[in-house]
Design a protein around this ligand. Structure first.
Ligand code: FES
Length: 316
């Protein structure tokens, strides 16, 4: 029988999350400003599934599995960069157009029965919202704009924040431990109540039609926006295994903002404390003292909402 601790320890449970949550939801994938010229790309894993997004010659963004249709080699190897004239597989050099069409397969020229049209790249959905790129591995997923409409309804597009600081903290815990930790400190973000809306939780003071000085938004299943002292922090949790999570941070701020250093230091300090706590929780899962953990459903409404969303997604 599956125990509460198994939700954070079991490889089979984690595989189901990959298939039923991460392969079906919109995932934050970076900044559109990283993909300006044709051939500019960003690449990352979505819960262990390699994905890339590239700007094509028409100016559109294209998303693909970062998996070659020949023998599953990597098409690009870095987090971001630029393909010169084509996407060239790193293993045997098959060349693909930025639209995903196979242009050339060395050693296969003239081979009977080989049709380049059968070997295009595997597409994924890519859409942008404000200045951010999102991908969805589900070709039938509802549009990103529908998911994020509640944010547009409540919060104006933020002022331009062109400067950025970006890094990743690996934390030895299951991704849900990390989510539940920050949801437990925002008990005002009641799902279905005045602060909650569908797949999104808001904390006060999220304001209608304007930009609050500080605000906090959680987007199901693994994305958080925080605004603090004029600095926008995007925190995106990428599962790297059942007990390891990449906590990706992007700080966006105005150039030469004198408050930015203090805001980032405060945020990093909170991140470190959170990591220590989450790693302790992960270790505790295997011991006899773990019974309910974060599942105090009658009191911590945001955590209960999240756990119910997990249950519904895995049952669906
Ligand atoms: S695996 Fe990509 S060309 Fe062979």
């Amino acid at each position: 029988m599956m125990t509460m601790a198994d939700r954070y320890l079991d490889d089979g449970y984690h595989d189901r999350e990959r298939q039923r949550i991460f392969a079906r939801t919109w995932q934050f994938f970076g900044l559109a400003s990283d993909c300006v010229r044709p051939g500019d790309y960003v690449a990352a894993d979505v819960c262990g599934m390699p994905v890339m997004v590239v700007r094509d010659r028409s100016g559109d963004l294209r998303g693909f599995h970062n998996v070659c249709p020949h023998r599953a080699g990597p098409l690009v190897g870095d987090d971001r960069g630029r393909c010169d004239k084509a996407i060239v597989c790193k293993v045997h050099g098959w060349r693909f157009d930025f639209t995903g069409d196979l242009l050339e397969a060395p050693d296969y020229a003239g081979v009977a029965g080989f049709a380049a049209a059968d070997y295009g790249l595997y597409p994924v959905q890519v859409q942008t919202w404000r200045e951010f790129i999102f991908v969805n591995l589900d070709p039938g997923a509802a549009p990103l704009a529908a998911l994020l409409k509640p944010i547009d309804d409540r919060m104006a597009a933020p002022q331009a924040r062109p400067a950025r600081l970006q890094h990743c903290h690996p934390v030895d815990c299951n991704w849900k431990i990390h989510v539940e930790n920050f949801l437990s400190s925002h008990s005002d973000a009641l799902p279905g109540g005045p602060g909650g809306d569908g797949d999104i939780l808001f904390s006060s003071p999220a304001v209608a039609g304007g930009e609050a000085d500080s605000a906090w938004v959680f987007v199901w299943p693994n994305l958080k926006f925080s605004l603090y002292r004029g600095v926008l922090l995007i925190e995106h949790l990428q599962p790297m295994g059942v007990d390891r999570t990449g906590v990706h941070h992007v700080f966006l701020h105005a150039p030469e903002d004198p408050t930015v250093d203090a805001a980032i230091v405060a945020s990093e300090s909170a991140t470190e404390k959170s990591a220590v706590f989450c790693e302790h929780v992960q270790k505790s899962l295997r011991g006899p003292a773990f019974h309910v953990g974060a599942a105090v459903r009658t009191h911590e409404a945001a955590v209960a909402w999240f756990q119910s969303r997990i249950d519904a997604a895995l049952d669906g």
